[in-house]
Design a protein around this ligand. Structure first.
Ligand SMILES: Cc1cc2nc3c(=O)[nH]c(=O)nc-3n(C[C@H](O)[C@H](O)[C@H](O)COP(=O)(O)OP(=O)(O)OC[C@H]3O[C@@H](n4cnc5c(N)ncnc54)[C@H](O)[C@@H]3O)c2cc1C
Length: 497
């Protein structure tokens, strides 16, 4: 049996970030990925010569000295990344019918641009910015240099984003604008925490970026960094069992046959899936296992990819969150077949000249009852009715977007789609959930899982711990690795890199 210091399950950003960290800190690591392609939600694929991304359309805090940049610098890949800065005056455009609002980078400009539209609400906008900043700075490069991963943000985990915004302003229009991007992650205003909202918003207000040339290059750079430090990353290696030896994992079974041994096992997949791999499920308290299994997951995303005719669609460095006119940003009667969608996020991929978009991704949150008829099918064997359903759904999304961009239909060269079932196939997330476990502000303690488990050498990481997204996952990776190499030591190293 091969022996490692750390075996890491899953090669999404969470697993690769842990692999880059632990290998750099001298551990002999092995990252195991079930799929043939590495990267999880960082995977890209090529269609008609154009690279299309699956699960990372834009990231924040990537200017030198900002928090996410600091993490990527420490992983040794910051100078390998191909990034385009989004328009600092309008990185996100929020539309409700004819009304158009923009989010700008820098708190002064962010507040200024919104105050231009809501002059009587300046105090409320500033109160909202102040609250965002207080949460955002609970993780900062300064804190890392002081030897700490984060200042206590738990008081904000129990705050609802809906109520926090409502406390800043009584203006219903401003309320829905401030919540304008959150509906993609969560449509439940009672549960969504201000902490999650603020972590994401704060990082984009610091600076907003798009990876170009396919996010696969981020995964590839991390894999190279791990190998440079003597680590291994192996695809086509599905972990099928975790064999216990007393209170520890004694072996990791791969593809039902091979066995590997690790001093530590770090799981970067869903915690319920992790515990289900244990050969004795009672090693985890049954009540806790039940609790983890019943934690709600975010809904999946249906993505419609549009390949645009060359030179037809001008490129804009903004993302568009398109809401139906009557939506309050949270609740509305959703009727997918009636083209009554909750929100569509449009992200553009520039061509090499940066003058035109070569592809557009249209992202729509999709509850599981929409795709239930095909829940028991596998990729490539879902049948003609599934293909017809996807086609109808893509056309519904395009019709919705055409209300805002009437020329779009004439610019399309080809259409491809990915449903939550496609994501389930390629990332193995339960029900194709896009963002993993919902961190419920009414129950923040029990929905934020610890990186440590009852099994002495088993640790958790990835988007199901802490906050989803590039930044949340890197912070989770640092929390997990801190448990192995020491928080003060690791955070100072990341902070002073
Ligand atoms: C459509 C979509 C759009 C998104 N847009 C953005 C965005 O614009 N910006 C942003 O910051 N975030 C975005 N996110 C969220 C972000 O992609 C995720 O939060 C993050 O990438 C999750 O990383 P992870 O490592 O936790 O999990 P994953 O990327 O899901 O990786 C888990 C890996 O584990 C592997 N695996 C599972 N089971 C096993 C097993 N038994 N053995 C071995 N391997 C296994 C899977 O195949 C997968 O590769 C988006 C997500 C989606 C779905």
């Amino acid at each position: 049996m091969e022996h490692y210091d750390a075996i890491i399950i899953g090669s999404g950003l969470g697993g690769l970030a842990c692999g880059a960290t632990l290998s750099r800190e001298g551990m002999k690591v092995c990252v195991l990925e079930r799929h043939g392609v590495l990267g999880g939600c960082l995977q890209s694929f090529r269609r008609q010569g154009r690279m299309l991304d699956t699960g990372m359309h834009y990231v924040g805090s990537m200017a030198p000295g900002q928090i996410l940049h600091q993490y990527f610098k420490y992983y040794g890949i910051a100078d390998r990344l191909q990034l385009d800065r989004l328009d600092p005056e309008a990185y996100d455009v929020i539309r409700f019918g004819e009304e158009r609002y923009v989010y700008a980078c820098g708190y002064d400009r962010f507040a200024e641009r919104l105050a231009e539209r809501f002059p009587a609400e300046r105090a409320g906008i500033e109160a909202y910015c102040d609250l965002l900043q207080r949460v955002g700075t609970t993780i900062s490069p300064e804190l890392l240099r002081a030897g700490r991963l984060s200042a206590d943000g738990s008081e904000y985990m129990g705050l609802s984003v809906f109520e926090s915004i409502a406390e800043c302003t009584r203006n219903p229009e401003l309320r829905r604008v401030l919540a304008g991007t959150t509906g993609l992650h969560s449509r439940d205003r009672a549960r969504t925490s201000f902490y999650e909202h603020a972590m994401i918003q704060h990082s984009y207000i610091e600076s907003a970026w798009r990876f170009v040339g396919g996010t696969q290059h981020v995964a590839d750079a991390l894999v190279e960094a791990i190998r440079r430090h003597g680590g291994e990353v192996r695809s086509g290696m599905e972990v099928t069992r975790l064999g216990l030896d007393g209170r520890k994992i004694g072996y990791v079974e791969v593809n039902g046959t091979d066995r590997l041994a690790g001093r530590y096992v770090v799981s970067a997949i869903h915690p319920a899936a992790t515990f289900a791999l244990l050969d004795d499920p009672n090693a985890i308290r049954p009540a806790f296992f039940r609790h983890v299994r019943t934690l709600g997951n975010s809904c999946g995303i249906f993505t419609t990819y549009l390949l645009m005719k060359p030179g037809s669609c001008p490129y804009v460095g903004s993302n568009y969150y398109l809401h139906a006119d009557e939506s309050d940003g949270w609740t509305m009667r959703v009727d997918y077949r009636g083209c009554n969608l909750p929100v569509v996020l449009v992200c553009m991929q520039p061509d090499p000249t940066r003058n035109y978009a070569e592809a557009l991704s249209l992202l729509v949150p999709m509850p599981s009852d929409e795709w239930q008829p095909w829940a028991g099918t596998t990729l490539g064997h879902r049948g003609a009715d599934y293909a017809a359903w996807k086609e109808r759904y893509a056309q519904t999304s395009i019709d919705f977007v055409a209300r805002y961009f009437p020329a779009i239909r004439s610019q399309i060269e080809a259409v491809y789609t990915a449903s939550p079932l496609t994501y389930r196939h390629y990332t193995a997330t339960p029900d194709g959930s896009a963002y993993g476990i919902v961190k419920d502000c009414r129950n923040s303690l029990s929905t934020h899982l610890s990186v440590r488990t009852r099994i002495e050498n088993l640790l958790l990481t990835g988007q199901n711990i802490n906050v989803h997204g590039a930044l949340g996952v890197c912070v989770s990776a640092a929390a997990t690795c801190s448990a192995l190499v020491g928080e003060e030591y690791l955070t100072k190293k990341i902070g002073y890199e």
